[in-house]
Design a protein around this ligand. Structure first.
Ligand code: SF4
Ligand code: FES
Length: 359
């Protein structure tokens, strides 16, 4: 292949185990069991292969990566391989001791997810009592240690009113970046869609709040706004385009172009236990299936945005239309765009199906 892109990031899903039970978790409904997880040696090999492939960032993720006792060893291996290391964590379990081990191992950056600012509300969404306190304590330690911190706030209809306070919290903590991340409807968020979907008014208000806060905190706090596709007229380039920027490795070693790709029927995903990462990236059927623009049907085929959004999200086309090859219904040019709008305005429910092993 002549124009094979060089991947930028490796999303290393070290485990699906997690003490929290967030109903919008992007992990699959069928979570991988502990005994199927890759061992330390295999992960170290993957990290070295990722660096040789030109990858610059590794996101140590999960589930909750802190449940792996070898996390410091893996962080150190990534550091020695020359990768920038980002820990994506709930911070529940990021004790003084664990943090100091990770720092010594070469950890560069921590991203802590929060559910909100009100501990009772936030802990109830996370299905974990005391979680908010642990997160704030860990965030303070990270900033005091001089390490880069991102706060990732997942936004939905039941915490949107807290957005100004969330921005204030990120500022007070001394975070360098805040991700205002509306729920993306993959994994556990699909069965919880009606309970999580904001109203259009909530979404527009959030957009305004972010615009104003960006101007206020320019130069001190970077604020990213990850939009919900349901209120959009054009889709995002999911993962920066299929097979273009990121490799996801699941806890059991499958290499995927995105975290929800395993839901696509009839696709074969190579495993890092059996094939080198470079081989998988360049030659596997899965990474080549939707890479580039050749696979695109009309109206994507010939569209001026084809190499901007790369056709949006295949997993979204599957989950909403039952067809992974269809135009992403987030796009107003899709014949099925109305379906997306219907789902966005469907009546709300107020019960969650919390994430847990065994569905
Ligand atoms: Fe993107 Fe396809 Fe819509 Fe064009 S038609 S904007 S390529 S999803
Ligand atoms: Fe799979 Fe978007 S999550 S392509």
């Amino acid at each position: 292949m002549t124009d094979l892109p060089v991947p930028i990031g490796l999303l290393a899903e070290l485990t699906h185990r997690c003490p929290l039970g967030c109903p919008y978790c992007s992990n699959p409904i069928e979570l991988t069991r502990t005994n199927a997880e890759l061992d330390t040696k295999t992960w170290i090999n993957v990290l070295n292969e990722a660096a040789s492939l030109g990858i610059m960032h590794v996101h140590l993720s999960g589930g909750e990566p802190l449940v792996r006792p070898d996390l410091a060893e893996l962080t150190n291996a990534a550091h020695l391989a020359g990768l920038y290391t980002n820990l994506i964590t709930s911070a529940v379990g990021l004790t003084v001791q664990r943090f100091s081990e990770l720092r010594a191992a070469g950890l560069d950056h921590v991203q802590i997810s929060i559910q909100g600012v009100d501990p009772a509300r936030a802990d109830s969404v996370a299905h974990f009592k005391g979680g908010t306190r642990a997160k704030l304590d860990a965030a303070k330690r990270i900033v005091e240690a001089g390490m880069a911190l991102t706060i990732n706030a997942v936004m939905h209809r039941n915490n949107m009113d807290e957005l100004p306070a969330i921005i204030g919290l990120a500022e007070n903590l001394g975070a360098g970046r805040l991700e205002v991340a509306h729920v993306q409807y993959h994994g556990w968020a699909i069965p919880n869609r009606a309970a999580l979907m904001p109203t259009r008014e909530q979404f527009l208000e959030a957009e305004q709040i972010v615009i104003e806060a960006r101007a206020r905190f320019e130069g001190t706090l970077v604020i990213d706004h990850v939009m919900p596709d349901y209120f959009a007229e054009r889709p995002k380039a999911c993962m920066g385009g299929w097979g273009r920027q990121v490799i996801v490795v699941t806890p059991d070693g499958r290499a995927l172009p995105c975290h929800a790709a395993a839901t696509l029927p009839g696709m074969i995903f190579d495993n890092v236990r059996k094939k080198p990462l470079a081989d998988i990236w360049g030659h596997s059927e899965a990474f080549n299936r939707f890479r580039g623009t050749q696979w695109m049907p009309k109206p994507c085929n010939g569209c001026e945005r084809a190499e901007i959004d790369w056709g949006g999200c295949r997993c979204q086309a599957l989950s909403i239309l039952g067809d992974a090859t269809a135009t992403d219904p987030a796009c107003a040019l899709s014949p099925n765009h109305a379906r997306m709008k219907e789902l966005a305005s469907a009546s709300a429910t107020n019960t969650y199906r919390f994430r847990r092993i065994g569905g």
